[in-house]
Ligand binder design. Structure first.
Ligand code: PXL
Length: 284
């Protein structure tokens, strides 16, 4: 049976309520016109950022048998994109899946979703950071925020007030891990602008895209960003154009959410979806 490999796989948890991880990745990458297969690493009642008493059903034990079935069936993916992973074992399994199930020129996209605002998410420790740094070293494209980058390379976390030498230091050390392209999010050199650094570790070419800084901090925006970026790259956009579109989309989703105090747990990406439909309205 011949099965098209014109599809991608994303591995991350399902947080049933909370607008992050798979409940964000699946609709956003699909809206870019890309067939999106999923491998849920865990099921949580909500995400861990601000809720208490959430349930957590670990699905690690099922991961390799799912991969075995896909391999036996001849299923391959043009990209594997990982987000929140719950343990070092899940990182190892994701690396194995990339080795076994990617097409020859398939892309390894890793969002080391484990920290923000200077702190690790609940449940992670230094050992996990080390494993994630090693995993990022094998990736084609990584999308850390400043917190994740500083943790992975052992640099001090700086929220603001730094200059380009701090950012360059992070980028070069991330490159030394082995990653080919780094999209560093949450970069700021002024009070009113926030943006991303796009760094090619081979050529050492560094570009930025800045947008207006919004005065709200929102949950799940890293997942929104990485998902739109992945969809856009898979639709043939350059890394820079994908990074820019993902930033514009994320800003729009935050704008659509601002002012709704009951919606602190995520962003209303649904309201920004027309942007993607318009951008990718021709079939893949
Ligand atoms: O948005 C990242 C994320 C994904 N999944 C879970 C999380 C978080 C962040 O807190 O808790 C379960």
């Amino acid at each position: 049976m011949n099965i098209s490999s014109d599809k991608i796989l994303t591995i991350q948890d399902i947080s049933c309520v909370g607008q992050c991880s798979l409940t964000v990745a699946l609709p956003l990458i699909s809206a870019c016109g890309i067939e999106t297969c999923i491998l849920p690493s865990a099921v949580l009642s909500t995400h861990t950022g601000g809720f208490s008493g959430y349930t957590f059903r670990d699905l690690t034990d099922g991961i390799l048998s799912i991969a075995d079935h896909w391999e036996q069936t001849g299923i391959k993916f043009r990209a594997v994109y990982t987000g929140y992973l719950g343990s070092a074992k899940q990182i190892a399994y994701s690396a194995d899946i990339m080795d076994r199930l990617l097409t020859e020129d398939g892309l390894r996209i890793v969002d080391p979703a484990m920290a923000d605002n200077g702190r690790l998410y609940y449940g992670f420790d230094d050992e996990f950071v080390k494993e994630m740094a090693h995993f990022c070293g094998k990736a084609d494209i990584i999308l850390p925020n400043i917190t994740e980058a500083s943790l992975m390379v052992g640099e001090e976390y700086k929220q603001a007030g730094y200059d380009e030498s701090y950012v360059l230091g992070l980028l070069e050390k991330l490159g030394a891990l082995g990653a080919k392209t780094v999209i560093l999010t949450g970069v700021t050199y002024s009070d009113d602008k926030l943006g991303v650094a796009v760094y090619d570790t081979n050529s050492r070419k560094l570009d930025y895209y800045f947008h207006d800084r919004l005065k709200v901090s929102s949950h799940g925006t890293g997942d929104v960003y990485a998902s739109v970026f992945t969809g856009a790259v898979m639709r043939g956009r350059s890394v820079y154009d994908a990074a820019k579109l993902a930033a514009d989309f994320t800003v729009e989703a935050i704008r659509q959410t601002a002012g709704d105090e009951g919606h602190w747990y995520g962003v209303k990406f649904e309201k920004a979806l027309p942007m993607l439909i318009k951008e990718f309205d021709t079939p893949a």
